[in-house]
Structures are given as C-alpha cells and as structure tokens.
Design a protein around this ligand. Structure first.
Ligand code: NAP
Length: 255
C-alpha cells in the first residue's frame, strides 16, 4: 500500500490529509516534525506518524506532498535528498516545474492546485502532469482536472485565487443584508442560497452559456436588469477581469 509523506504541515496540507483519510486512504501518512504541536494534533486526528526529520519522511515515503511556503522551498531542498523518480506533488503556488526540477533533481515533479474544500472531498483539484499514483490519490479530494501544460495550470492557479475572493464578495453581500436588519444566519442563507441556486441551475443546463442563463433572468425592465446595469456602470464586472489579469501577470513574473 502507498505511503505518503507531508513536507510542511500547515493550513493547506492538514486539510488535504483530512480529505485523504475521509476519502478512504488507509496507507501510512508521515509528517514532517516542524510545527510540532500542529503535526501532533493532525497525527492524533488522522492517524499519521510524526517523523524525526524531513529526510526520514522522504526515506519512508512513496509519494511526497510539498506544502511549505515558496520562500522556504530552496532551503528545504538543501536539507533532503529524494529517491530517484520519487513523486513529489507540489502545492506551492507559482513554483514552476523547472524550479522544482532544479531544487529536487531526483524527483518526478507534479503540480497540484486545490482548495480547502479538499477536507470534505469537494475541492476542484487540478494537476499537471497526470499519471499514477497521484491521479487516483488526489482524485479522492474532489473533482479532478488533468492539464497537459503549465500555462493552463497557471490559469487554474488564478481560479484558485478566485475561490478566496468569493468569500469576501459573499461577505460584503451578507453585510448589506445584516445592515438592513436581517440576522447573520438569515443573510447567509439568502446569499449562499442564491449562489447555490445559480450554480445548481447552471450545472443542470451545461449546454446553455452562462451569459444566456443570466440574460434569460435579467430581461429588460426587470429589477435584476436594473441592478446589473448599476454593477456594470460602476466597473464591478471589469474589476474582476483586472484582478484575474493582475494575478496571472504576477504568476508569469514569478517564473
Ligand atoms: N496549491 C494550492 O491549491 C494552494 C492553496 C493554498 C495555498 N497553497 C500553497 O501551500 C503552501 C502552504 O500554504 P499554507 O497556507 O498551508 O502555509 P502554512 O500554514 O504556513 O504551512 C506551511 C508549513 O510549513 C512549515 N515549514 C516551514 N519550513 C519547513 C521546513 N524546512 N520543513 C518542514 N516544514 C516547514 C511551516 O512551519 P513554520 O510555521 O514553523 O514556518 C508551516 O507549518 C504555500 O506554498 C501556498 O502557496 C497552495
């Protein structure tokens, strides 16, 4: 059975481990010891083993998940020596294949992008390249997309940022409803419920374009159309494009 190792036990990787266990992964999970308290807690919660050092994680593992912050990767790479062709799944945003290969010349590098919904096996999971064993393993965390090239993968990175922005967008909407007198719970129900309705409806009609679905609701003279006009004339829709472009530019500069 596969043994996996976590280099960097933090916000993201602990959710990945929770999701893997929840998705039925029964193999050994070995954790790097740094942030000892956190690693111990995850180990109790998800039946993992905290190793003595990073090299021990590498030595006893078939597949490694790299979950440290970008600025730490170089220093970590000097600490450890991977096995030939050991699969190294990097979750580090913006870190290119060429950089991974330079830092970990022995590795078979894979890039993965996912969200915190991995902990409940409902994340959008994007990987490049495909292959086993990582495809099957990460596929248990949600809905898997395999991309062939890195340029497309960077777009998936932008989409993962969008996931984070949605929380703030929804929070602003919720705040407006609470300012108008609804309870937090009522406002959350209205905001998330309507977002959910939109997604459910769009997924139910995959052949229809999103633009067409919106236009069928925002017909001339409707209240929806009035609000849409205000959003567009205030640059709200343009601002989303600009944010997407800015993140993509930063990702290109990071290469
Ligand atoms: N791919 C995706 O879908 C996605 C989504 C979100 C985030 N990310 C990426 O995930 C990475 C982690 O983000 P995060 O928010 O989870 O960060 P985090 O909570 O800071 O976790 C990183 C962990 O790595 C530990 N660490 C630092 N140096 C180490 C070393 N030499 N050996 C072992 N562990 C070490 C840190 O310990 P200390 O606190 O003691 O330094 C910390 O516990 C980032 O690179 C980010 O870009 C990816």
């Amino acid at each position: 059975m596969l043994t996996i190792g976590i280099l960097g036990v933090g916000e993201l990787t602990e959710k990945v481990v929770m999701g893997l266990r929840r998705g039925g992964f029964a193999g050994r999970v070995l954790l790097s010891p740094r942030n000892h308290e956190r690693a111990q807690q995850l180990s109790r919660q998800c039946t993992c083993e905290v190793m003595a050092d990073n090299q021990q994680v590498v030595d006893e593992t078939d597949l490694l998940l790299l979950g440290v912050r970008p600025e730490v990767v170089e220093q970590l790479s000097n600490e450890i020596h991977l096995k030939p062709q050991q699969t190294l799944v990097s979750l580090v945003a913006g870190l290119k294949h060429s950089e991974l290969q330079r830092c970990f010349p022995q590795a078979r590098p894979v890039r993965a992008m996912l969200s915190y919904a991995a902990q409940i096996n409902q994340s959008t999971v994007v990987i490049t390249p495909g292959g086993e064993p990582h495809e099957t393993l990460l596929g248990t965390l949600g809905s898997l997309t395999v991309l062939d090239d890195e340029a497309a993968f960077e777009l998936a990175t932008v989409a993962a940022c969008m996931n984070g922005w949605f929380y703030f967008f929804l929070s602003d909407l919720q705040q407006w409803f609470t300012d108008k007198g609804l309870s937090k719970e009522q406002a959350a129900q209205l905001v998330m419920g309507n977002m959910q309705d939109c997604l459910a409806s769009a997924r139910h009609q995959p052949q229809a374009s999103l633009e067409a679905l919106g236009s069928a609701i925002a017909t001339p003279g409707t209240f929806t159309a009035v609000g849409l006009e205000v959003l567009r004339s205030n640059g709200a829709t343009l601002a989303w494009r600009e944010a997407l472009e800015e993140v993509l530019n930063r990702l290109h500069k990071a290469s």
